[in-house]
Design a protein around this ligand. Structure first.
Ligand code: GLU
Length: 480
């Protein structure tokens, strides 16, 4: 199998394009074939080099590597023209000297007269110019478009997703293949390129389905082998409408910015329209490659569920190797300008923190935000947390935290010993353990929620923990 992804660099790569690329890549890897990249940059006004860069880096981020050198469609202009002129020579296409204004006038007249079929109007108008005259005008330099002469009959293919698909050729206009300025149109360029690249399977979005009969007719007229086609279902928002920014769909790099892991993103994209046939939703790259097939691609639209992406990402964060997770968190902090080599945590404590925060983090960004009280000072106490844990009974809070301070100073620094000592303290004071842990949590983190309190103590270490408790005691005495 030789497959390709053919993005137009007219914008930043989005979810739909990334999904198309991934499905092609999975098929290529599964079959041991090739996955090629073709940048469709013939629209000079709308194509931008920064979009090309974003497409390449987005694919690399997702772990979608391509084979062979990327092809730039604009480099094939001469071949596109040659193919169009070949169709003209073989009588499969014709010259059209009609201007747009002339055509519009004739179309309005035909509609008015109720003759109905506008589809063959260009052909009828072109037929009024005898062949000799047509050649003479072309040689004299008069501009003309080249239109494909759509044959009678029907065009059918076995779509790899939708099954047998057929179009009546009578519904297809004699479409332009070469504009009067000499530039090829989309359908001609795609067919010429796919044939030159020896593409065997064209897998792309449903929005291209009406182009497919035209392209099949072009392959046949050019005497090229027609590839297989598969059309992927559109991606929809939760409201059933076509996915847009409104639904939280963004360019691929925005997900990276949000702290989505590429493996989670790829897994999520794979399930947009494909199902492995089991309930398992978390699939490694190898599992996806081993199980992917177009037979299990849905025919109807696939719903993009942002919450699911976040959930999935949280699952990936929770399952990461601790060292890798710590490294990912360091990278994330570095983006925010935090040099994790200069924070107050040892490497071991940093990894412990990343592990402790993992079950609470759906994204790396959330994790980085939650790491703030450990990598740096507690700058303020969350007022609600302080009110609940401290100010309901200020005297009790001061007394408890002072006693906690002494216990922390005297207890061996491991989780079991600390737990036993703090529980004993609670029992001695005749209060529930929560009445010890919660004031302590606010003192250590400034927050009402954190990883388990013994994890917090081990992450911070004895000296920082003691300082934080002492500072909280002073603060409670003097504040509010
Ligand atoms: N360049 C087209 C697009 O971005 C894709 C063409 C194709 O896959 O055939 O929609």
């Amino acid at each position: 199998m030789r497959l390709r992804f053919a993005p137009s660099p007219t914008g930043y790569p989005h979810v739909g394009g990334a999904r198309t690329a991934l499905f092609n890549w999975l098929l290529a890897r599964r079959s041991g074939g090739a996955f090629l990249l073709r940048v469709e940059d013939t629209d000079r006004n709308r194509s931008r080099p920064e979009h090309v860069d974003a497409i390449l880096s987005g694919l690399s981020w997702l772990g979608i590597g391509w084979d062979e050198e990327p092809v730039f469609q604009a480099d094939g202009l001469d071949r596109h023209r040659r193919d169009a002129l070949r169709l003209l020579e073989t009588g499969r296409a014709y010259r059209d000297f009609t201007t747009q204004a002339e055509f519009a006038k004739a179309r309005d007249a035909a509609v008015e007269a109720g003759t109905g079929t506008v589809a063959r109007l260009s052909r009828e108008m072109a037929a009024r110019v005898p062949p000799d005259e047509s050649r003479r005008r072309a040689e004299a330099g008069e501009p003309f478009a080249v239109r494909f002469l759509v044959p009678d009959g029907t065009t059918e293919w076995h779509d790899l997703v939708h099954g047998p698909t057929r179009f009546q050729n009578a519904q297809i206009d004699d479409f332009v293949i070469l504009r009067s300025d000499g530039t090829p149109t989309y359908n001609l360029a795609v067919v010429s390129d796919d044939a030159a690249m020896a593409i065997t399977h064209v897998v792309r979005g449903d929005d291209h389905i009406s182009n497919t009969p035209k392209q099949i007719l072009l392959y046949e007229a050019l005497g090229e082998t027609v590839p297989a086609f598969g059309h992927l279902p559109m991606i929809l928002g939760p409201d059933g409408k076509r996915l847009s920014k409104r639904h939280g769909a963004q360019a691929v790099d925005a997900y990276e910015d949000e702290g989505i892991l590429p493996e989670a993103m790829a897994n999520f994209l794979a399930l947009l329209g494909w199902s492995p046939g089991s309930d398992e939703e978390l699939l490694s790259r190898e599992e996806m490659v081993a199980q992917f097939s177009l037979e299990r691609v849905l025919k109807k639209g696939a719903v993009f569920d942002r919450e699911k992406l976040w959930w999935m990402n949280g699952q990936y964060i929770a399952r990461m190797d601790p060292g890798e997770r710590a490294a990912a968190l360091r990278d994330r902090l570095a983006r925010d300008g935090v040099d994790s080599d200069r924070v107050a945590l040892s490497r071991e404590a940093f990894e412990r923190m990343a592990t402790a925060l993992a079950p609470r983090s759906r994204t790396l960004t959330e994790m980085a935000a939650m790491s703030r009280p450990y990598i740096g000072p507690v700058r303020e106490y969350d007022p609600k947390a302080a009110r609940k844990a401290w100010y309901r009974d200020r005297g009790a809070a001061v007394a408890t935290l002072s006693a906690v301070r002494d216990v922390l100073a005297a207890t061996p620094w491991d989780a079991d010993a600390l737990e036993a000592a703090l529980r004993t303290l609670a029992a001695e004071r005749g209060i529930g353990a929560g009445k010890v842990f919660q004031p302590l949590r606010v003192a250590l983190t400034g927050l009402s929620a954190s990883p388990g309190i013994f994890d917090v103590l081990l992450i911070l270490g004895r000296a920082r923990s003691l300082r934080r408790v002492e500072r909280a005691v002073d603060y409670i005495k003097t504040s509010g």
